[in-house]
Design a protein around this ligand. Structure first.
Ligand SMILES: Cc1cc2nc3c(=O)[nH]c(=O)nc-3n(C[C@H](O)[C@H](O)[C@H](O)COP(=O)(O)O)c2cc1C
Length: 178
């Protein structure tokens, strides 16, 4: 049976993460359906065996199309093995309060939607200052304001730990019996 990997992205990093997850699942011999939740495409597919949904945090929450999808689909999501991959930058912070904030992003989604993912993986996202407009640059600097010590406040950088992501996928597949 198929594993559904759904994602929403604003800047593209969560798509890269979802694609890496799909590749890993295929490498393990499972079939994958990759779904861009923000595309409004029809998502009629055979009932998947398990689901991994990936979404980035922008200004403190996940994008609206993702939150709507999860709330609408919670009943069948809850009937399956499912996982959330939460993509953020504060998860890389050395400040305990900020890190706790990043760890808590999924709680708000779970509370408002009623979806109960069996597993949550926190993946660090990316900074793409060269592609941001003025507002986004300002927002991204604010996100990193307390963490200047790492020197990453104004430089494009990908923080995603691809090995940790693969480890999560392997563990998820093992627990779902795929
Ligand atoms: C305008 C803007 C706002 C952001 N707000 C947050 C935030 O509130 N918390 C956080 O941890 N990361 C925040 N980030 C970092 C994003 O989660 C990170 O850049 C991620 O890689 C974006 O994923 P995407 O490329 O799939 O959209 C923000 C990034 C931008 C550009």
């Amino acid at each position: 049976m198929t594993v559904l990997v759904g994602y929403t992205t604003v800047e593209g990093q969560t798509r890269r993460i979802a694609e890496a997850i799909a590749k890993r699942i295929e490498a393990k011999g499972e079939r994958v359906a990759l779904l861009d939740i923000g595309s409004n495409a029809e998502y009629e597919l055979e009932r998947p065996r398990a689901v991994i949904l990936c979404a980035p945090v922008h200004t403190g929450s996940y994008p609206q199309p993702f939150r709507r999808f999860v709330a609408q689909e919670k009943d069948w999501l809850n009937a399956l093995d499912s996982a959330l991959v939460s993509v953020s930058l504060l998860i890389t912070s050395h400040d305990a309060e900020e890190k706790a904030e990043a760890m808590n992003y999924p709680d708000a989604l779970i509370a408002e939607s009623g979806w109960l993912p069996r597993q949550v993986h926190h993946a660090a996202g990316a900074l793409k200052f060269a592609e941001y407009d003025f507002f986004k640059r300002w927002m991204a600097r604010r996100v990193l304001a307390k963490d200047r010590s790492s020197g990453k406040a104004t430089v494009d950088h990908e923080f995603t730990d691809w090995k940790a992501l693969e480890g999560f996928v392997d563990e998820f597949l093992a627990t779902t019996g795929c």
